[in-house]
Design a protein around this ligand. Structure first.
Ligand code: DAH
Length: 340
């Protein structure tokens, strides 16, 4: 019974408490509604109440709590001391503003744009093709024999019928040649897809940039000079280039493009597997058969083409060791390209 009396006594006190100013309001809060106030104590006492009376006691204390909170809120409003009012007054107009942080361009975007700028200067325009391609543009027109292993399920994501996700940007070559007359000088950057397990060195989605130059009397010397110019502009004047004989169904002759290792400058290191050279792409003279497939007279015109991996070039240029960093969106990685 003593506990009920205590609740009554505090209820009377709460009702009688005269709140004239903010100090009194704060005293009221400390004495009654605060975390260590008397009402909190009453709740603590609930464990000392006999089980039969507990419910009634809880009821009384709750009523008191509501009464005290209502009185507090009302007086707070009247005295203009609500937290809203306080916050308004507390603004410090002299504080410096929170800095606006700008987003950054993705390193692959930075490098793609740089590649475009370099080729633009020697008269290349831009062209695009679909990422979902048909067999003709991705393979057949490019002289891939019917049973060529690159058509195998291992490498190609087939969509439906003869539709597939393009495995290289060379498909855009075909589209450009079908639709334009020489002279053609075009660059086609874009996404390509291959059915590969993701690792530090391979990904199933990556980027290539394709180059195509068709005109009368285009020779292998033009191919070499064009790529030499590109490599010097992209990687610096000390960079060497070499062409390694290779094979692609759509070029004859074909060559792989290597540059001197940027890390060890050709002396040999882990990145270049101690050869002093790293590969950046493939190239060659467009096979007359491909010209014919695309409606261009191989007796009159010749041309060269090349294809390079944008990830590969970016990794070499910025010494990035793991391809997965490009797609993980780790802000600590992306921030490093803030000023580019
Ligand atoms: N399409 C080739 C690939 O994905 C790269 C390539 C090689 C493109 C030689 C070319 C070229 O235009 O002439 O590996």
């Amino acid at each position: 019974m003593i506990m009920f009396e205590k609740v009554n006594k505090i209820t009377q006190e709460v009702q009688a408490f005269d709140i004239q100013n903010k100090e009194a309001l704060e005293q009221f809060r400390i004495a009654y509604t605060g975390r260590k106030g008397q009402i909190a104590d009453l709740f603590d006492d609930i464990k000392n109440i006999s089980p039969e009376q507990r419910k009634a006691y809880g009821h009384e204390v709750n009523r008191l709590k509501e009464l005290a909170l209502a009185k507090f809120a009302q007086m707070q409003d009247q005295l203009g001391a609500s937290s809203e009012g306080q916050r308004k007054l507390n603004i410090d107009f002299t504080l410096p503003p929170i800095p606006e942080t700008l987003g950054t361009r993705h390193p692959l975007t930075v490098v793609r744009e740089e590649i475009i700028r370099i080729f633009e200067r020697i008269g290349f325009n831009l062209s695009e093709g679909p990422e979902i391609e048909d067999d003709w543009h991705n393979f057949t027109a490019l002289n891939f024999p019917e049973n060529h292993p690159a058509r195998d399920m291992q490498d190609t994501f087939f969509v439906e019928g003869d539709m597939l996700l393009r495995t290289h940007t060379s498909s855009v070559q075909v589209r450009v040649m079908e639709n334009q007359k020489p002279p053609i000088r075009t660059l086609s950057p874009g996404r390509v897809f291959r059915n590969e397990a993701i690792s530090a060195r391979a990904h199933c989605v990556f980027h290539q940039v394709e180059g195509l130059f068709i005109d009368e009397n285009v020779s292998f010397a033009d191919l070499k000079q064009t790529l030499y110019y590109f490599v010097q502009e992209m990687f610096g004047p000390e960079t060497k280039i070499r062409f390694r004989p290779s094979f692609f169904p759509f070029t004859e002759p074909s060559a792989e493009i290597d540059i001197s290792c940027l890390i060890c400058k050709g002396a040999g290191c882990n990145i270049c597997k101690h050869s002093g050279w790293v590969e950046i792409g493939g190239s060659g003279m467009v096979d007359p058969e491909v010209l014919k497939n695309c409606g261009i007279d191989p007796e009159k015109y010749s041309g060269f083409a090349f294809g390079m991996g944008i990830e590969r070039i970016t990794m070499l240029k910025y010494q990035i060791k793991d391809l997965r960093l490009f797609t993980e969106n780790d802000i600590r990685f992306l921030r490093q390209f803030e000023s580019l």
